[in-house]
Design a protein around this ligand. Structure first.
Ligand code: PGA
Length: 250
């Protein structure tokens, strides 16, 4: 694991954006697995700024939605597809036909997961997975306990995830209890994984992710086994207990 430590939230956004920009420069039609959540939003805004300044062309990128609540229509504010569009797809000018959704609003959810995995395979796998870190170590909605090769599937949110997602939607009663998530296998097979982590409240789970036992109880600990992981983190999240081997950003 390679770790980049940012001194400010602006620098965190820039470092994350640099990694996406590098991928797109090397492979304009790169397959990107794109997280929602608060942590990567500054990085997405930085990417949009670069596009507006003519410094970034993401028009050929292929976007794969990371997760989706079950039974939430596209125009519901809680739709993670809607959030992915508003924060990433539309500001970067990526045509919608290049976006692979996790269809979770009715229909056969198992067939939906299978269709998603077929699109990932047809794309040749994910080039860059952009991920946040859940307080329980989930990646996407790969809730613990989770096998390293868990497929794209329907999951029940853990009580901890219901609580942590309540802040987005104004109360625990607003949080859907089920979701579809890109499989842990999709994430683990990505050619590059960028985990963006911010905030003192993530100290403990980051330390477990990086240095704790590799265990299904902390799905993010499987990243210790992935071949190419970059953790972009702000200084407040790195503790003495994290004992990271860091490259300080300049
Ligand atoms: P956050 O969410 O970026 O809003 O902290 C991360 C997650 O729960 O996956």
């Amino acid at each position: 694991m390679h770790t980049l430590v940012a001194d400010t939230s602006e620098q965190l956004s820039q470092l994350g954006a640099d990694l996406v920009a590098r991928t797109l420069a090397e492979r304009p039609a790169a397959a990107l697995l794109v997280a929602t959540g608060n942590t990567p939003m500054g990085m997405y805004q930085e990417l949009a700024r670069r596009r507006a300044d003519g410094l970034l062309d993401a028009s050929q990128a292929r976007v794969f939605q990371l997760d989706e609540y079950v039974g939430v229509p596209e125009d519901d504010v809680r739709s993670l597809y809607g959030w992915t569009r508003r924060s990433f797809v539309d500001p970067l000018g990526i045509p919608l036909e290049q976006v692979t959704r996790l269809m979770a609003d009715g229909g056969d959810l198992q067939a939906s997961c299978q269709a998603y995995d077929e699109r990932v395979a047809a794309a040749g796998g994910i080039d860059l997975a952009i991920l946040g870190l859940g307080p329980n170590g989930h990646l996407g909605f790969n809730e613990p306990p989770c096998a390293a090769d868990a497929p794209t599937r329907l999951i029940d949110l853990t009580p901890e995830s219901v609580v942590s997602n309540a802040v987005y939607w104004g109360g625990e009663d607003q949080v859907p209890r089920q979701a579809l998530t890109a499989g842990m296998n999709v994430i683990m097979q990505a050619r590059h994984i960028v985990l963006v982590v911010s905030g003192a409240h993530k100290q403990d789970i980051l330390a477990r992710t990086m240095h704790g036992p590799v265990t299904p109880d902390i799905p993010s600990s499987f990243l210790q086994l992935a071949p190419n992981v970059t953790i972009v983190v702000d200084r407040s999240t790195i503790t003495s207990t994290s004992q990271p081997s860091v490259s300080h950003a300049t």
